[in-house]
Design a protein around this ligand. Sequence first.
Ligand code: SAM
Length: 327
Amino acid sequence: MTPSANFSQWIDQVPKWRGWLQLSPARAYMHDEEEYDHFHGNAAPDPSEGEGLCALLAKHAVDTTGPALEIGCGSGFLTFGLARHYPGPDLLITDPSATFLKLTQTHFSETDAFPARRHYAVLNADDVGRLPGGMFSLIAMRSTLHHILRYEEFIVECARSLRPAGALVMGAEPCESGYQLMGTVAKSIPAAFKAAGVDLKPAWAAKLDELTEAVKFYCLRDLEKFAAEDKHLFNPRELAELGRRVGLQLHFYPTAAFREFAPPFHRGFHGFGHFFLIYLEFCMGCEKEFVELVRVHLRELLSYVDDCYRSHPGPEITGVFVFTKGG
Ligand SMILES: C[S@@+](CC[C@H](N)C(=O)[O-])C[C@H]1O[C@@H](n2cnc3c(N)ncnc32)[C@H](O)[C@@H]1O
């Protein structure tokens, strides 16, 4: 039986809900799904993330003759290009949130003719153990692994569900060493302001506490994280070791994003200092005045980190993870 016929036979017996396949009970995202794109500054849909991911599949000689599975599609930021560029026969687009599935569906019309047929399912990654073994050529995710409670078990199950020569590909996941460095720099801001005679407003101090406590929470592994939306930071060497134990070989591209592997191949990461200031303004919602003071009074510290990485990508704040399964 062909990989596609095998896939069709499987999805035919999966229960349906609201017109989607149902592999898990639906669960809403912890923040307003309708506001997601606005909050993350995503403007018009852009195919380059999915196109870059598919270019990586070719670069790593991944066999794409079987179906692809996207986990945690959100509003479709990766899906938009993946649906256009995945060369295999089927693409199963999933999220635990019904609202996110609906938002992603709005990017496509029935008449779109892409190589892969699109299917939608409600799926919580904690349930990937229910997926058939040896089914998927690609399991793709963007900014989703850090939401999954038992991510180690998840990776083991992905290895089982991949076809030989398939790949688990993940982008925009936060790495421990880079985030820990951001937390440490944030901790040093009050003393730097004091030394410069700058008044640290209570609202600014509260934002710094929020950032440093969040980094500590994500770092720690002895806490119950069930109720939190964002949960983990990753160490690429630990993930490589975990992958190795289950037959997956990791290639890690530090500080890279999927879109960088598609034309016009622009690098998106412009150094730690730049990333830190953008993070304060857009991810933490800090006032511009505060961010400007950080830029001035932390200049030497931020430049020092950038100088350490002038010859190679780093520090590891995020990156692209390509796990390939032996053929
Ligand atoms: C930060 S958003 C990323 C969305 C999209 N992939 C993107 O790049 O914009 C995280 C996504 O993971 C999904 N998610 C959260 N927990 C999950 C879980 N346990 N299993 C699968 N997806 C999950 C959320 O519903 C959300 O769509």
